[in-house]
Design a protein around this ligand. Structure first.
Ligand code: HEC
Length: 83
């Protein structure tokens, strides 16, 4: 999350710094992640329901996409209730 997501999805960011990320989607805390866990699964993770790569956005100014392995680990982490 810290490597790929919180540059937009963070309570410490506002306005243009969020690149229009929704105000209620903040992943700088476990609580924030828990509230959005299902959305995260269906935008970013790889697991039983498929592989999703809608997030992070492919912006020329924002480098870096998680690897498939990282998406799989995210899927497992979400499936295990963030443990
Ligand atoms: C460059 C900024 C940026 C980065 C980096 C980014 N996002 Fe997003 N995110 C957005 C924007 C903008 C939207 C709204 C997209 C839309 O509605 O089409 C969004 C929407 C979402 C949503 C849907 C939220 C909702 O309320 O439905 C989720 C979940 C999400 N992002 C997860 C992630 C995850 C997980 C990462 C890291 C792997 C990530 N994002 C990285 C900008 C970003």
């Amino acid at each position: 999350m810290g490597s790929y997501c919180t540059r937009c999805h963070s309570t410490t960011k506002s306005g243009a710094d969020r690149y229009s990320a929704p105000d209620d989607a903040n992943f700088d805390s476990l609580d924030g992640i828990r509230q959005q866990a299902e959305h995260i699964e269906h935008t970013t993770a790889s697991g039983p329901t498929g592989t999703f790569d809608f997030m992070p956005p492919r912006l020329p100014t924002i480098a870096g996409q998680p690897t498939l392995q990282e998406r799989e680990r995210l899927g497992q982490w979400l499936a295990c209730g963030l443990k």
